[in-house]
Design a protein around this ligand. Sequence first.
Ligand code: 3PG
Length: 316
Amino acid sequence: MIKLLANDGIDASGKKMLEAAGFDVITTKVEQADLADYINNNNISALTVRSATKVRKDIIDACPGLKLIGRGGVGMDNIDVEYAREKGIKVVNTPAASSQSVAELVIAHMYSMVRFLHLSNREMPVKGSTEFNTLKKNYSEGIELSGKSIGIIGFGRIGQAVAKYAIGNGMRVYAYDPYTTMATIKIDFFDGSSKEFLISSAPVNDFISKCDFITVHVPGGEIIGEKEIALMKDGVMLINAARGGVINETALLNALNSGKVACAALDVFNNEPTPDSTLLTHPKISLTPHTGASTKEAQLRIGTELAQLIIDFFQK
Ligand code: 3PG
């Protein structure tokens, strides 16, 4: 029986598929420091992770019995993918399964920022019954998304899914992607009809100063720092649901404090799972704990797609 350790969990339907195909699926959470020993002592052939568990060179070298590493999700920055492949280990992920969920969270954060939901939700429980009218006054100058412009840097699956929602909200979309020159954004409606929009990739400098919102959807690396923020519109709002540091955290804090950036939304952070407390307590930041892909629907898709990839690999 092939033994699989799902160290960051796996959706119940994915687990069921694997078990039906004869795998022994272990969902014990093993601490990073004990992982290599656990894999070796339990004859684990397949390891699945999300973003929490790191599968670096040390684990790969220490576990010669490992045949497959599965990433339930998109980003593989926690896995030494090339090194694993050189060692003959199959590495798979589920790049398409969570785009919709991430895009919806990005739009949720945009609504949160423009209507101060992040602040109201912090203050209403404390002051809602004693200072209702003050809070009403404080949060009465929201703006609408409709008619505003959004710049999407990184126009792959997630960036394009964000574009659908932005267009649906009546927004003007600008996009940049190094690999896409033009994308067809197809919006499907409940009655079976659909409408297509063509969005061309343009150099970031062509639109960075025109956007009311900028969201970044790239695998990692710093894309927005002090220099880029200086080029933006005063009062711009920024969203990072990609990877910690894609928007430089220090530059962001400075720009929020100076008022250059009106508000920011962060789902991802440097130093997860212990983000900088200045970010966590900042009144101009709408926050979520890296839950972009964490919807029931996305987890179901991720679990079943990953299970199928694993079954196909071991049964080939
Ligand atoms: C991803 O890369 O798939 C997302 O960042 C989600 O990460 P998670 O699997 O840790 O929720």
